[in-house]
Ligand binder design. Structure first.
Ligand code: AMP
Length: 255
């Protein structure tokens, strides 16, 4: 008898990957006004993987629950997750507060307990803070095995095997449920939500909670002192041939 999966997929609302972020006037962070936000790409891959596990293994996946910790507007990515095939969702509304990975993981630990999840599939990193920490901290808090940067995930009985791309090859790990997996870019290609499913998703369950409902304090221990643009690059020069290139490199003492 194989264990039924209750998958939790944490999804973060971030500035769309196609947008070039600008620093705000105060130099304290990225300008968020008038900017398009979307689901973090690695979280979209995590959701896709949970849908694929359901489609490839009849009866294996009992429930896919998506959760986001963010502003009220993060409902939009949860509706998209529902339209793609998640069964239920929770928004932990923290307003405009930036929640650091330790506190995100503490909230996720409570949601795992509440939902009785036995597999958590997260993105390997959020493209806004690039922390690459939440999955690892959550595995520590829950004392569950973890496989990070997955490029292939297979479930057999109560065992999960995860292939990871490493320098010069692949590394395959196996662990028993419950388990944490974080997704790499090449794991799959996320689907688009169809219009009929977007309409149907409006009626699917979206629970709203505050961090305090889960007994978690979200006060930050880190303070951002300043955020700066990288220095502007000097313009390049076009050369006509290799000799000219070599001469220029010599002048610049690069060779
Ligand atoms: P990070 O550690 O911030 O790079 O994020 C890694 C992964 O943790 C993301 O891809 C999400 O799956 C999850 N995660 C991080 N922050 C949040 C959040 N605010 N809400 C939901 N999931 C999150």
């Amino acid at each position: 008898m194989s264990t039924k999966l209750k998958i939790l997929v944490p999804v973060k609302r971030v500035i769309d990957f196609a947008i070039k972020p600008r620093i705000n006037k105060a130099g304290t962070g990225v300008e968020k006004k008038g900017v398009k936000f979307s689901i973090n790409p690695f979280c979209d891959i995590a959701l896709e993987e949970s849908l694929k596990l359901r489609e490839a293994n009849k009866g294996l996946v009992e429930k896919i629950h998506a959760v986001s910790i963010g502003p009220t507007k993060a409902q939009d990515i949860l509706r998209t997750a529902l339209a793609k095939g998640a069964d239920t969702t929770t928004l932990v509304d923290v307003g405009e507060e930036e929640v650091e990975p330790l506190n995100v993981a503490k909230i996720l630990q409570k949601v795992v307990e509440k939902e009785q999840s036995n597999l958590v599939i997260l993105g390997k990193q959020s493209i806004d803070d690039d922390a690459n920490q939440t999955g690892q901290i959550l595995a520590g808090l829950l004392n569950w095995p973890q496989a990070t940067n997955a490029s292939k995930v297979e479930v057999s009985g109560d065992e999960v095997s995860v292939t990871r791309e490493v320098d010069g090859g692949a590394d395959t790990l196996k662990a028993k449920l419950p388990m944490i997996v974080t997704t790499d870019l090449r794991l799959n290609e996320p689907r688009y939500a169809s219009l009929p499913n977007i309409m149907k998703a409006k009626k699917k369950p979206l629970e709203k909670l505050k961090a305090s409902d889960l007994g978690v304090e979200i006060a930050s221990r880190l303070e951002t002192l300043k955020v700066e643009e990288p220095p502007a690059r000097a313009p390049g020069v076009k050369v006509e041939n290799v000799d000219e290139l070599v001469a220029k490199l010599r002048d610049a003492k690069a060779i």
